[in-house]
Write a protein of this length. Structure first.
Length: 458
C-alpha cells in the first residue's frame, strides 16, 4: 500500500508519532532494505524505528547493518533490548560484530548473553582472528546413517528452524563427520529407505584453524552454499555459509585494491576514516615512490651530456618510459589477481617469465612501430627531417621493445617476489612498478641512444 518510503518520509511519520503506519510499512520490507534505511535515518531516530520491528526482523536487520549503525543502536537501546538482540543473532554474525568492538565493550555485551549463547560466543572467539573458526556457526542439522528418510525429515521439521541453512545435512558418528547430503536427495528418496543408502562417504570440509582466505578459495572451487568445519580429529564443529565468505572476499578485494593503489589498508570506510589517518596511510608509499623518483633523476644525471647535445631525446623521454610503467602495471595486475584466484603459484615463475618476454616483445614491437612512425611523420610535417631523424626513430623503436619487455617481466615478477618474502603480492603496487620502470626505462633508452647516435648527433 505504501511502497518503499525513503528516510525523510519515515522521519516525517516519526515526528507525527504515526507509529502504526511505520509498522504497516515495514511488514513487507526485507532485512536488507531495513538495514539500508537505518543507515539513512538520523541517529536520534534509529533506535525508535528499530523498536518498532518484530523480534525476528530486528535480529535479521541488525546483522545487515553497517558497523557504525550497529554501534549507534547498541548505545541507544536499553540493556534488556541489547541482550535480547544479541541472543537472537546468529553466532557467526555476532562474532563478526564482537571482532570490531573494543575488548571492554565485548566483555560487557557477552555478560548480557544467556548462559548457552555466552558459551557459544566464547568458543568462537577463542579461535584465531583470521581463522575459519571465527566464521563458523554451530547451527546445523545432523542426521544418523541408520535413520530412515522419514525419521530424518521429522528431525528436520523439529530442529531445522534453528539451522543456518538446510541445503546440506551432516552425517556424524560419535561426533566425527563422515558425509554430507544435499536436502534434495532426501526429498526425492522413498520415506522407508535409509540415510546410508544416500551416502558416498566423500565430504569436503574446512579445518577450523585454516586461514579465512582458504575458505574463500574452497567456496570458489567447490561452488557450494555451505561447508562443514572440522578439527584436526575430524570432529564436526560447525558450518560456514556463503554469505560470510562473501564478506571476507569483499574485504580481501578491498584491501588488495588499496594496496595496489599504493595505499595502506584503511581500517574504516573512506568517508568515516579520520583525515589524518588517511594522510598517514597514503604518505608512506608516496615517500617510498618519491625516493624512486630520485633514482630516476639520478639516472638522468648520468646522461646529462647526451641530453645537452640532443635535446630531442629528453623531449621524447616521457613517451618512451611511460610505456614501460603501463605494460608493467598491466602484468602486475594480471599476476596479482591470478595469485589471488589460485591460477598461478610461485613454481610457475619461469613459465610466467617466458610468456611475459614473448608478450612484451610483441607489444613492444607494436608500440615501437608507432613511435618510429611518429618520429618520421612529425619531422616531415614540421620540416625538421634530417638524415639523423631515421636513426632517432630507430632508437625509439629499439628502446620501446626492450623497455616494454623489461616492464612486463618486472611487473609479473614483483608480485611473486613479494609472496615469496611473505608479503601481500598486491603491495607490489602499480605505482611501484611504474617507478621501477621509469628508472630502468631511462637507463635503457639513453644507453641505446648512446650506442646508436654516438658520432652522429653527439
Amino acid at each position: 500500500m505504501y511502497g518503499k518510503l525513503i528516510a525523510p518520509e519515515i522521519e516525517e511519520l516519526i515526528e507525527s508519532r504515526d507509529f502504526a503506519t511505520i509498522r504497516e510499512v515495514f511488514e513487507d520490507w526485507s532485512p536488507v532494505d531495513l538495514a539500508e534505511l537505518m543507515a539513512d535515518l538520523q541517529e536520534s531516530s534509529r533506535a525508535l524505528v528499530f523498536r518498532l520491528l518484530s523480534k525476528n526482523a530486528a535480529s535479521d536487520t541488525f546483522s545487515y547493518c553497517d558497523f557504525d549503525t550497529q554501534q549507534n543502536l547498541l548505545h541507544d537501546m536499553a540493556r534488556e533490548e541489547v541482550a535480547t538482540l544479541l541472543n537472537d543473532m546468529s553466532p557467526d554474525d555476532r562474532t563478526q560484530l564482537f571482532e570490531d568492538l573494543p575488548g571492554n565493550v565485548v566483555q560487557e555485551l557477552i555478560n548480557n548473553l544467556s548462559v548457552e549463547e555466552r558459551g557459544v560466543a566464547l568458543s568462537l572467539l577463542n579461535w584465531p582472528v583470521e581463522s575459519v573458526g571465527r566464521l563458523m556457526t554451530p547451527d546445523y542439522v545432523v542426521v544418523k546413517r541408520h535413520w530412515t528418510i522419514s525419521r530424518a525429515l521429522d528431525h528436520i521439521r523439529t530442529y531445522g528452524k534453528d539451522s543456518e541453512t538446510l541445503n546440506y545435512l551432516y552425517v556424524t558418528e560419535h561426533g566425527t563427520l563422515v558425509d554430507d547430503i544435499h536436502i534434495r536427495e532426501l526429498l526425492l528418496s522413498a520415506p522407508e529407505s535409509f540415510i546410508e543408502s544416500l551416502m558416498d562417504f566423500k565430504v569436503d570440509a574446512l579445518l577450523a584453524t585454516d586461514d579465512q582466505e582458504e575458505a574463500v578459495q574452497a567456496f570458489r572451487r567447490l561452488d557450494r552454499f555451505a561447508l562443514p568445519v572440522i578439527d584436526g580429529d575430524g570432529k564436526l564443529l560447525g558450518i560456514v555459509t556463503l554469505d560470510d565468505v562473501l564478506d571476507i572476499a569483499e574485504e580481501q578485494a578491498t584491501e588488495e585494491m588499496q594496496r595496489f593503489g599504493a595505499v595502506e589498508v584503511l581500517d574504516e570506510p573512506y568517508m568515516t576514516a579520520p583525515i589524518l589517518e588517511i594522510i598517514r596511510k597514503r604518505a608512506v608509499w608516496l615517500i617510498v615512490l618519491f625516493f624512486g623518483g630520485i633514482l630516476t633523476a639520478a639516472a638522468l644525471t648520468k646522461f646529462e651530456n647526451i641530453i645537452d647535445r640532443a635535446v630531442v631525446l629528453a623531449i621524447l623521454l616521457p613517451m618512451i618510459i611511460s610505456n614501460g610503467g603501463n605494460s608493467g602495471s598491466q602484468a602486475a595486475t594480471l599476476i596479482v589477481r591470478a595469485l589471488a584466484l589460485g591460477e598461478v603459484t610461485l613454481n610457475d615463475w619461469w613459465h610466467i617469465v617466458r610468456r611475459e618476454i614473448f608478450i612484451g616483445a610483441i607489444l613492444g614491437i607494436m608500440l615501437g612501430v608507432l613511435g618510429f612512425v611518429r618520429i618520421i611523420v612529425w619531422a616531415k610535417v614540421d620540416g625538421s627531417y634530417s638524415p639523423s631523424t631515421f636513426l632517432i626513430g630507430y632508437v625509439v623503436f629499439i628502446s620501446l621493445v626492450f623497455i616494454v619487455i623489461a616492464g612486463t617481466v618486472a611487473g609479473s615478477m614483483l608480485p611473486l617476489v613479494m609472496k615469496k618474502l611473505g608479503f601481500d603480492p598486491a603491495a607490489s603496487s602499480a605505482p611501484f612498478v611504474a617507478t621501477f620502470s621509469d628508472v630502468t626505462g631511462t637507463i635503457i633508452y639513453f644507453t641505446i641512444a648512446t650506442l646508436l647516435l654516438s658520432g652522429v648527433i653527439f
